[in-house]
Design a protein around this ligand. Sequence first.
Ligand code: GLN
Length: 280
Amino acid sequence: MTTVGAALRDARLRGVQRLDAHLLLAHVLGQSRAWLLAHGDDALSDAQGATFEALVARRAAGEPFAYLVGEREFHGLALAVNEAVLVPRPDTETLVDWALDLLQGELGGIEHPAALDLGTGSGAIALALKNACPRARMWAGERSAGALAVARANAQRLALDVRFAAGDWWDALAGAPDAPVFDLVVSNPPYIAADDPHLAALTHEPLSALVADDDGLADIRRIADGARGRLRTGGWLLFEHGWAQALAVQEILQRSGFGEVRTRVDIEGRPRCTGGRLGA
Ligand code: GLN
């Protein structure tokens, strides 16, 4: 038999941060953090104690918090996540906000702008865009069957109308003869170099969503190179990338025929997104 307070102390001793321990126990008990703080002497049932202990062990082993509770908030949406998808990052809201600025600004005169999220993972970007801009015809491509299942389930649960297409980058559209020529394409592709020491902290997430060849630039290059014909002339392509990759991505876009190339910083002030308009 253990109590709320004792279980929380045990979790701290096992190296789990106080906030994580509180949120995990609140999740197990279906209570708020405030409730926990007022009920330190309450007993946990054996089942509750065992469930909490198993979650603490996984968190102590470095598993992302979002996988343990099966959910992550992104751009105001509660998204289901599991090991098949990258956990949505707050950095990526920068990309969503830029796309929304375009949909409401330069593309604001188009009644139903066609937008595509390549490599959608949990569906985070596509669903956030559709949620904030319902008039967009939103499409999302994904190569991983496991990720696609997560994204489709999120769309269904949130009742957001997004068209999904299975396949690798632009190949996803090969099986969708009714795919439009897009006004806007966004992507948060894998962009970490295979020898990046940062990867040591990311061992629980799918490597295929994180690592790309050519110093992390191979997929960005493929997407930029293949855009013509799928993205209309004058349409925008926006990428998320590593904070040290802005110049390289600007160059890739320019070489692929994009103009008005620019970079936006993320919530921590790091250059995180680069995009441009496809020239004639
Ligand atoms: N931003 C993620 C990280 O560094 C990586 C996401 C990605 O490769 N697309 O943790």
